[in-house]
Design a protein around this ligand. Structure first.
Ligand SMILES: [Zn+2]
Length: 316
């Protein structure tokens, strides 16, 4: 690699439009096609590859399976983002957890011919069985830990958007199964982070398996995590958080298709107005430039790698 001492990975959480708006299965899902095209254009311009976390159920669609294969052939890493993206993944029993992880594992393996090794739970859940299951399937890394009080702020913001939309349209906006969010019990556990590894893991009833590197959003609960959606919440906060990750030797920039989409990108689905994705109604050109600026500054002192390469570098 270029002799640079830091490493950066790009983590794209490909939460499909069909999933995010509760309209799954959706033929010609815009996040998988039009919006992903925009993202790939930016990545190609800067000659960087991403780790793209996919929801297993999306791969029931033949065109999406082909897309996944071509992403893999283009050098992007395909990661496992569970089968149904359950918001309460953290409280699932062992059998259900296994199905959520294994079914996506099999779907990716059959689409690309290669077993995935990078995992990310939906909505930064922390499930006590996940590490053991990931280890048994040969995973090298897990980036499900958020580890910051910002998590509560983010949940409040989501609830606020939902209520505001409901009042404005006088009907419930289309979204994923929202009630399952309230079944989560791990929000506080997540705050403990993974920095003290097994001690904290024992305390919260989660066991980290050796061999599965933990890649938390932020290494310490008092360091603000940076993920691109933060730019839409507060640019000032995002600036502080971004300067924080610039100092880290191993870091990743997490982003979503919704960060790049606006109504025109939805094609035949643009008539679906009543959904809870608020980031659609802003100047996307500006955010795209901002994203590119972030990539350029991360490139200044680091080599770009995939999430699994990042985990490898960390364990050397
Ligand atoms: Zn997701």
């Amino acid at each position: 690699m270029d002799g640079l001492s830091k490493y950066t990975a790009l983590s794209l959480n490909l939460d499909s439009f069909g999933h995010a708006t509760g309209t799954f299965p959706l033929e010609n899902d815009p996040f998988w096609f039009q919006v992903l095209d925009l993202i790939l254009e930016v990545l190609d311009t800067h000659k960087v590859k991403a780790t793209i976390y996919v929801i297993g159920k999306d791969l029931q669609n033949q065109k999406i399976r082909e897309r996944v294969k071509s992403l893999h052939l283009a050098g992007h890493e395909i990661g496992n983002h569970t089968y149904n993206h359950k918001q309460n993944f953290g409280v699932l029993e062992y059998e259900d957890t296994l199905l959520e992880i294994r079914n996506t594992h099999l779907a990716i393996t059959s689409a690309t011919g290669t077993g995935p090794v990078s995992f990310l739970a939906p909505a930064w859940n922390r499930n006590p069985h996940q590490s053991k299951i990931l280890a048994s399937l040969g995973y090298s890394n897990d980036s499900s830990i958020f580890g910051s009080p910002l998590m509560f702020l983010m949940n409040l913001k989501m609830a606020y958007n939902f209520v505001q939309k409901t009042l404005r349209n006088r009907e419930l906006p289309r979204t994923y199964d929202l009630m399952s969010v309230f079944k989560r019990k791990d929000l506080c556990f997540n705050l403990l982070g993974s920095n003290y590894g097994n001690i904290r893991a024992q305390v919260i009833g989660n066991v980290f398996e050796p061999g599965v590197a933990q890649l938390p959003m932020t290494p310490y609960p008092w360091v603000l995590p940076y993920w691109f959606t933060l730019e839409f919440i507060s640019e000032k906060l995002a600036e502080v958080a971004f300067s924080g990750i610039l100092n880290q030797q191993y870091r990743y920039l997490l982003f979503h298709p919704a960060d790049f989409a606006n109504e025109e990108d939805l094609g035949e689905h643009a008539n679906l107005k009543n959904h809870s994705l608020e980031r659609f109604y802003v100047d996307k050109e500006r955010y795209r430039e901002l994203f590119e600026r972030r990539i350029v500054s991360l490139k200044r002192d680091s080599s770009f790698v995939t999430m699994s390469e990042l985990a490898n570098q960390m364990s050397q």
